[in-house]
Design a protein around this ligand. Structure first.
Ligand code: 5GP
Ligand code: ZN
Length: 136
């Protein structure tokens, strides 16, 4: 994708603050961090989102997440981590090149990543299970 900024960053055409790099991924610091140490895992090949990235690479992204988080917890140090991956504008995706957010959490950081729990109604449960089972 010639006009994709994350393709250019992942492949080193645009400089970035790189924490880690391997054959398939580059891990960079987010320019608009939710908290101190917020990083992004970018595959070097272009995939729009989770539905697009091959299973094998998606699995490797989880291994990269684990490696980076294990190093960053004591290095920062932070108290926890959110691993977040947005798909589609309604879910907050703004760059349409698959990426995984690694967001360090600090006691009382008020980063606003968590949600207010609702209630699972009987009607929703029946409808969702019926439709999801049929689709899988
Ligand atoms: P999304 O909203 O698509 O899940 O996440 C996009 C993320 O990319 C945002 O957290 C935003 O701050 C970050 N971002 C956007 N453009 C750039 C950039 O040019 N460089 C870096 N390092 N981060 C970027
Ligand atoms: Zn791209």
């Amino acid at each position: 994708m010639s006009d994709c900024i994350f393709c250019k960053i992942a492949n080193g055409e645009i400089p970035s603050s790189t924490l880690y790099e391997d054959e398939n991924f580059r891990v960079i610091l987010d320019l608009g961090p939710a908290t101190k140490g917020h990083a992004l895992i970018l595959p070097k090949a272009h995939y729009a989102d989770l539905t697009d990235i091959p299973d094998e690479l998606a699995g490797k992204a989880v291994s990269v997440a684990k490696k980076v988080v294990k190093a960053m917890i004591p290095a920062l140090p932070c108290d926890g981590y959110n691993v977040v991956q947005n798909n589609g504008p309604a879910a907050g995706q703004t760059v349409f090149h698959y990426h995984v957010h690694l967001i360090p959490r600090y006691e009382n950081d008020h980063a606003g990543i968590l949600w207010k729990p609702g209630t699972l109604s009987d009607e929703d449960r029946e409808e969702i299970l019926k439709k999801a089972s049929a689709a899988l």
